[in-house]
Design a protein around this ligand. Structure first.
Ligand SMILES: NC(=O)c1ccc[n+]([C@@H]2O[C@H](COP(=O)([O-])OP(=O)(O)OC[C@H]3O[C@@H](n4cnc5c(N)ncnc54)[C@H](OP(=O)(O)O)[C@@H]3O)[C@@H](O)[C@H]2O)c1
Length: 332
């Protein structure tokens, strides 16, 4: 927290230049607005050959494409692909389509939600579905395509998971977890609804735990793929639009004082794409690798036990959703 306030006000670097991006192919989820839109815009301006945006609303996706290409003075760079992270069938179709692309340089898993009221998607509480399970369903389903790009072009494709420092506020929910069956338990509305405002942090923390475990099991030397987790900081976007007027007012005040613009926040995601092997499985914020920002309860012995448990349950879930999706990546 100590450097949070000063970092929020810092002007962030743009970690990629035309020479890094020119001719390359990127995929960004949730690019109809906010951070994802700004990332797609930057990549188009930096002369990417192709930027695929995964969107659940085709009309908004087409408007984003038109606006970005018009501003950049380029045409036919953005492809708008249907992707609803609240639908496992949609993710399966999206990843299948990814197999048709010859080259993928980075997959930026940016789409995310912050809900005010309990919702269920695909049988699980909606934050857990969209911000956690779906992120990894797409990561695993896309992994073989990323590995194929790594081999064919001798590159190191990135998976940039957009996390949040908010995940470090998940701690208050931790002591209410059972030892096993945590994902199922989190669907118990009667138990959890009263503390629902802690659910977004929990989903982001789980996303983070899983990235650490995946990176530890699959080093870049083995797969050629770099996976990192980026916290964009507090940014002026629409993320909180469902929350109560009072909560939005508090957030608005905080953002007025220290919020980054969506463009400034998107620089952290650009940094995630640029970051090298040393970022594998790591927490990145303000365009730096900042493992020192991770609280002890994540990395200590009980944190490691929790990480393994979440990982085990995630893999079971993914194999149920799409049999073979996990074993295709973790086969050894
Ligand atoms: N803003 C912050 O202060 C902040 C801080 C930490 C982390 N983050 C993370 O940054 C990421 C981007 O958020 P943002 O701040 O840019 O928020 P945003 O302005 O609300 O943008 C979210 C994007 O995700 C898309 N999306 C939501 N649900 C989706 C679904 N089911 N399928 C496909 N796309 C979906 C939205 O599409 P629609 O247009 O269809 O709604 C939108 O394009 C999120 O993962 C968020 O958790 C943000």
């Amino acid at each position: 927290m100590a450097d949070f306030f000063s970092n929020q006000r810092k002007s962030l670097p743009i970690a990629l230049e035309v020479d890094d991006v020119k001719g390359k192919t990127y995929i960004v989820t949730g690019a109809t607005g906010g951070l994802g839109y700004e990332v797609a815009k930057r990549l188009v301006r930096l002369e990417a050959a192709k930027v695929i945006i995964g969107v659940r609303n085709a009309e908004k996706g087409e408007s984003a494409k038109t606006a970005i290409e018009t501003q950049a003075g380029r045409k036919d760079v953005i492809e708008v692909w249907a992707l609803d992270m609240a639908s496992y069938d949609s993710i399966k179709a999206f990843s299948k389509r990814m197999e048709t692309i010859d080259r993928i340089d980075a997959l930026v898993l940016n789409a995310g939600v912050s809900h005010a009221a309990w919702q269920v998607k695909e049988g699980s509480e909606a934050h857990m579905t969209v911000n956690f399970i779906s992120q990894y369903l797409l990561t695993f389903a896309a992994f073989p395509s990323l590995q194929a790009s790594a081999i064919k072009y001798d590159i190191k494709p990135r998976v940039v998971l957009v996390g949040s420092m908010g995940g470090f506020f998940a701690y208050e929910s931790l002591n209410k977890f059972p030892q096993t069956g945590i994902l199922d338990d989190l669907n118990d509305k009667a138990k959890w609804e009263a503390t629902y405002d802690n659910r977004y942090p929990v989903s982001k923390m789980f996303e983070h735990f899983a990235a650490r475990e995946l990176a530890s099991l699959k080093p870049v030397s083995e797969t050629g793929v770099i996976v990192n987790v980026v916290d964009p900081g507090l940014c002026k976007t629409d993320l909180n639009h469902e929350l109560s007027a009072f909560t939005r007012f508090k957030a608005w005040c905080a953002k007025l004082v220290m919020g980054r613009s969506a463009e400034e926040g998107s620089r952290t995601l650009i940094h995630g794409i640029a970051a090298g092997e040393d970022s594998h499985g790591k927490y990145l914020t303000s365009c730096e690798i900042r493992e020192d920002h991770i609280p002890d309860w994540v990395t200590n012995e009980s944190g490691k036990v929790l990480q393994k448990q979440i990982w085990t349950e995630l893999l079971e879930k993914l194999e149920t959703i799409q049999p073979g999706v996990v074993t295709a990546v973790l086969h050894d």
